[in-house]
Design a protein around this ligand. Structure first.
Ligand code: ADP
Length: 258
């Protein structure tokens, strides 16, 4: 609580009373705390790849440059770290635009097949590197969905990219679009590493990862699911997750039909 006391002057010098206002600032405090935590998180996330890049630069300058093979290896790592930094900034800017409502969400009817094919095309090279097949199934009653095409493509890319990233080699990923009582359901199912039950409630938080090292290794930013949630909410939809460790994960996005 914040306490404000204002004296009420009586006749002459006499104090007649006082007004005391107790203002509940819990919400405000929470917001302030969230904001400073966010800034701390962002700084940390930006600094990690920079520290790594600087380390490699120093090692190269210290003589590692003489070794052609080693130099090549270090430069590759530096390239990957730079890419991650870039993705991180792109994701952060996109999230901030979503949160402040500065992006327009123009919705229309979308051909499900055309959108799925486009997204699958984008991710096929990534899947092929791990020998993973992407299967799609669209129920006839779900041949169109309603929403913002660019944003829904982003949702599918993020979920599908995760399904691939957190799958074992030679696995398969299924995207299924079906009618649902609240509209249309898009399900992305993998047979990957799964998510521990106690991590599920925090999964959509910015920068939350079950396994930081693994996420970094696969080039993750920790913002993908947070972006998914924001976009789906801007569509008045819902996103759900079911998972079993060692078995696999299913993310379901439910979108209203209008
Ligand atoms: P990241 O960039 O780390 O993948 P996300 O926000 O996309 O960030 O996901 C947050 C975390 O949720 C990931 O780090 C990972 O631990 C977990 N996760 C997301 N999707 C899956 C999945 N399909 N299978 C297993 N774990 C997943």
């Amino acid at each position: 609580y914040r306490v404000y006391i204002t004296p009420i002057q009586g006749k002459g010098e006499r104090l007649q009373g006082a007004v005391m206002v107790l203002r509940n600032v819990t919400k405000l405090r929470q917001l302030e705390q969230m904001r400073s935590e966010f800034v701390a998180n962002v700084s940390h996330e930006l600094r990690t790849p920079l520290t790594s890049i600087k380390g490699y630069v120093e090692t190269l300058l210290d003589g590692a440059m003489e070794d052609k093979e080693l130099s090549q290896k270090f430069l590759k790592i530096m390239e990957a770290e730079t890419d991650r930094l870039n993705r991180l900034i792109t994701d952060l800017l996109f999230l901030s635009r979503l949160e402040t409502g500065r992006v327009e969400v123009a919705k229309k009817s979308i051909e499900t097949r055309q959108m799925l094919d486009k997204v699958v095309n984008v991710l096929t090279p990534v899947a092929q590197r791990k020998d993973i097949v992407i299967k799609t199934y669209i129920y006839p009653q779900a041949h169109t969905i309603y929403g913002n095409q660019d944003m829904l493509e982003q949702v599918l890319i993020n979920l599908l990219d995760n399904a691939i990233k957190y799958s074992h080699d030679k696995g398969s990923v299924l995207v299924e679009v079906s009618p649902h009582e609240q509209g249309t359901a898009i399900k992305i199912t993998d047979q990957g590493i799964g998510i521990p039950a106690d991590s599920l409630p925090r999964l959509f938080e910015r920068f939350y990862r079950v396994d930081k090292a693994r996420s970094r290794q696969v080039g993750g930013t920790g913002l993908g699911l947070s972006i998914v949630k924001h976009i789906v909410e801007r569509h008045r939809g819902q996103v759900q997750v079911e998972s079993e460790e060692g078995k696999g994960t299913t993310f379901t996005v439910i979108l209203p039909n209008s």
